[in-house]
Design a protein around this ligand. Structure first.
Ligand code: GLN
Length: 551
């Protein structure tokens, strides 16, 4: 019998519900259970693909091409699984399915209603994932906050599942905020009490309450929440501030959460293996060196727009016992001076014209000053534009995405995109194989000639210009297996210590214990550079001390 664990949120959003969900998943998996996770987003969009990152953070991309909520990125990273688009259920998807059925006449003359037709569709979407993955435990995170109108059908569906499948098979975890007020720093439980009341009014009694707070919850606060919300004290769990999100599973485990969940669901397991996870944390929490990397992007005001980059850098840096500091530079305000002192540059994903020129300038800086550079997708395309403009001397070279008049559209719409009218789910999406040329930097990093990475783009290097770009010294070290589509561009080692850009997105497949080669390469190059700079400064300092004029 599959067990279902629903994670709801109260008081306000941004409580780290996604990380809590992912952490519970990791803990159960570490006990030898087969675990999967689903995210429910109550908005009407069918998927996250058409949304601006300022709305809900980064759009995460799956192997199957699903453009999904960024929480699925956390699930993949913590659980080390590859999910599919079925794992992100939205109101849009549910209604679309129901309306299509109605049009096909499948409801046989009935009045189609939220209860039971929408709720049935929600339950069926959850159960389909359970069947397909054969999971022992399916964790379902409900986006939004209890009390939102748009969450109601989802909460009702989970209430029904509890009733239908029995108390021993369905469990509710409610995450809330425990704010601290006043000079005495008193932890306040009233918001938690109110949101639990709201939940109970919908027929759901939480089994576990996880209180987000700056400090661990005091014992008396746990007792108070227990009393007012009708959960045992051992089921009131603290989720205090930590340095790294990857510590959260251990914080929850220490308070006995996993044992409580297992006992409540009638599951018995003996294993408990978090060795690799702890090794990674050990390295990440005790860095011996620091590198600073500039990220020149267009959504830098909301760091959530680039979560997968930050995580991929954290994973790779931990391997070198290094801490990465990111210098966020808003592309439209780019100036060379802002780059002073950084050890490397990342130019990430992007759409449209805003910020393009700043990104091109940043890449020029990295290329000419031999600063380690990793360009991704839009960053790859801008690297090609920069090279065409400043090495080939085609001053007007540009991407056809935002310059229809240029004589040198070195980046152009992919031919199969030409007839595309709808914007949702129509890019080149998901995992595709890439063939790597032997003897290149990309080959050294990946250690093989066939790889698979995830994609999300409409534009590509214009095939018309490949020969000229290559002749001028740009090396296309990765291509689609048929050789037609350019996937990786790099400069040879004689020209530059680390200049590499990929059309694909390596950040989506990075995991704490399995960092991605391109990020490892970047960190390695940044470390080498910062060491060179240190030695140079030391020599300079020594020289100055030795010279009479310095005395
Ligand atoms: N806008 C570019 C394209 O569609 C790049 C997309 C991206 O960076 N993911 O090809």
């Amino acid at each position: 019998m599959t067990k279902y664990l629903f994670v709801t949120g109260g008081v306000l959003s941004g409580l780290g519900k996604g990380i809590t969900t992912a952490s519970i998943g990791l803990l159960l998996k570490a006990r030898g259970l087969r675990v999967t996770a689903i995210k429910i987003d109550p908005y009407l969009n069918c998927d996250a693909g058409t949304m601006n990152p300022y709305q809900h953070g980064e759009v995460f991309v799956l192997d199957d091409g699903g453009e999904v909520d960024m929480d699925l990125g956390s699930y993949e990273r913590f659980l080390d699984v590859n999910l599919t688009s079925d794992h992100n259920i939205t109101t849009g998807k549910v209604y679309k399915a129901v309306i299509e059925k109605e049009r096909r006449g499948e409801y046989l003359g009935q009045t189609v209603q939220i209860i039971p037709h929408i709720t049935d569709e929600i339950k069926a979407s959850i159960e389909r994932v359970a069947e397909r993955t054969e999971a022992d435990v399916v964790i379902v995170e409900l986006g939004g906050t209890v009390g939102d109108i748009e969450s109601m059908p989802f909460l009702e569906a989970t209430r029904q599942m509890h009733q239908e499948r029995g108390h021993e098979n369905v469990l509710f975890v409610h995450t809330t905020l425990v704010p601290v007020l006043g000079a005495v720093g008193e932890q306040k439980t009233k918001p938690t009490q109110h949101s639990v009341k709201e939940l109970r009014a919908l027929g759901i009694q939480p089994d576990v309450i996880i209180g987000r707070s700056s400090e661990p919850l005091k014992d008396e606060i746990k007792r108070k929440i227990s009393l007012f919300c009708d959960v045992p004290t051992e089921a009131v769990i603290s989720n205090p501030d930590v340095e790294l999100i990857y510590q959260v599973p251990l914080v929850l485990e220490e308070q006995g959460l996993t044992d409580y969940l297992l006992q409540r669901l009638g599951l018995t397991t003996s294993d408990r293996d978090l060795t690799e996870w702890k090794e990674f944390l050990e390295n990440a929490l005790h860095p011996e060196r620091t590198v600073e990397i500039a990220l020149v992007g267009k959504y830098t005001d909301l760091k959530d727009s680039y979560v997968s980059y930050v995580e991929a850098l954290t994973h790779a840096a931990a391997r070198y016992r290094t801490k990465v500091r990111i210098r966020w530079i808003e592309a439209s305000r780019y100036r060379d001076e802002l780059m002073e002192g950084v050890d490397g540059l990342i130019v990430p994903v992007g759409f449209g014209h805003r910020g393009a020129e700043g990104k091109i300038e940043a890449i020029r800086y990295a290329r000419t000053r031999k600063l380690p550079f990793l360009g991704i997708c839009y960053g790859f395309q801008m690297a090609v534009v920069e090279f065409a403009r400043h090495v080939l001397g085609w001053e007007d070279a540009n991407s056809a995405e935002f310059d229809a008049r240029t004589e040198h559209p070195v980046i152009d719409l992919m031919p199969e995109q030409k007839g595309v009218k709808e914007l949702g789910a129509t890019m080149r999406l998901g995992a595709y194989p890439v063939a790597i040329a032997p003897g290149t930097l990309a080959h050294r990093l990946y250690g093989k000639t066939q790889i698979s990475e995830r994609h999300r783009h409409r534009y590509e290097v214009n095939p018309q210009y490949i020969a000229e770009l290559e002749k001028a010294g740009l090396v296309f070290s990765g291509r689609s297996p048929d050789g037609r589509r350019m996937e990786i561009a790099e400069l040879p080692p004689e020209e530059h210590p680390f200049f590499l850009a990929s059309q694909f997105h390596p950040e989506f497949k990075s995991r704490p214990t399995q960092p991605r080669p391109l990020f490892l390469g970047l960190i390695e190059a940044c470390l080498a550079r910062s060491q060179r700079t240190e030695t140079a400064t030391e020599t300079q300092a020594k020289g100055a001390a030795a010279s009479p004029s310095g005395a």
